[in-house]
Write a protein that binds this ligand. Structure first.
Ligand code: ZN
Length: 302
């Protein structure tokens, strides 16, 4: 019998961001209600907050401490965004990171092929600072956890958000047990990129054809990494309607992209953990539609 996709969600994903913050926080709520309305075969689960020790396996203790105590500097907060800052961001960040860790546990303990968190993919967070809406790097935290608690040797990060996964790349720069692959828009944030194990920068205006051809070529080469686990940062900001993306992918193109990664993991017979990533379309409905498509696709592999 088909298993339902374990998909972690908490209302604080939306409510933990200040109402006046110019971040499309309602996307979480809208994706959640859209999946329910359409009877998508997902099992929505409530996460537990992440244990600090899991975060400390990646981030510098001083940075964690100052974030938890609301004592980041104005400059640090500006680099992260999500302003005006609110104490609820602490609980939100722990819950969002917990959602990723809980999805990892569901994936590795319950025999699913795919599990997901309806937030996160916070790939711009570095070891000792946050940036670009990212506070702690849930991808890195899950990679470390998979290796320390679940006997996973090699992790492959497939980061297809339109922005480069600079934080993840820097955290694992000297660690060959986590292979970082980022395919992104060259002329986009972060403008000073760090070096992933494989970076593929495509020009602005890239459309479905070039994008999918390039992706298939590189995914083919990644078989040699021999991963035990795939992490998919599935940001939908390559969408043509995205406000921050600069790519011109269609909804169908994004679905082909998702299928390519999910097929890759299935064909290698390895589990795949899906992180939500960015999405900033105007109106937000395009982003919501793309995420509903993503999680519905994931459910057919679960
Ligand atoms: Zn992005």
């Amino acid at each position: 019998m088909q298993q339902r996709l374990p998909l972690y969600y908490h209302p604080i994903y939306t409510d933990g961001i200040h109402p006046a913050a110019p971040f499309p926080k309602e996307r979480y709520q809208k994706v959640h209600s859209g999946l329910i309305q359409r009877h998508a075969p997902v099992e929505i689960r409530t996460p537990l907050p992440a244990p600090l020790e899991a975060i400390a396996a990646v981030h510098c203790p001083e940075y964690i401490h100052r974030f938890m105590n609301l004592s980041l500097t104005e400059k640090e907060v500006r680099r992260i965004g999500l302003r005006p800052w609110t104490p609820a961001l602490v609980e939100r960040t722990l819950m969002l990171t917990g959602g990723a860790l809980n999805a990892l546990e569901a994936l590795l303990q319950e025999g699913h092929r795919v599990a997901a968190n309806m937030a996160g993919g916070t790939h711009h967070a570095h070891r000792d600072f946050g940036a670009g809406y990212c506070i702690f790097n849930d991808i890195a935290i899950c990679a470390k956890r998979a290796q320390s608690h679940f006997n996973i040797r090699q992790v492959l990060v497939v980061d297809l958000d339109v922005h480069q996964g600079d934080g993840t790349a820097s955290i694992f720069a000297n660690d060959n047990t986590v292979f970082t692959f980022s395919m992104h828009c060259d002329a986009n944030f972060p403008f000073r990129k760090t070096t992933s194990d494989l970076d593929v920068g495509l020009p602005k205006g890239t459309t479905d054809g070039l994008y999918l051809e390039t992706l298939h070529t590189h995914l083919g080469s990644l078989v040699h990494v021999q991963p035990d686990l795939v992490f998919f940062q599935a940001g939908v900001d390559p969408l043509q309607e995205d406000h921050l993306g600069r790519f011109n992918l269609s909804q169908e193109g994004l679905m082909e992209r998702n299928k390519a990664v999910l097929d890759f993991a299935r064909d290698l017979d390895i589990p795949c953990l899906v992180f939500m990533g960015g999405g900033y379309a105007r109106p937000i409905e395009h982003t919501v539609e793309a995420f509903i498509n993503l999680f519905t696709q994931c459910s057919t592999y679960a």
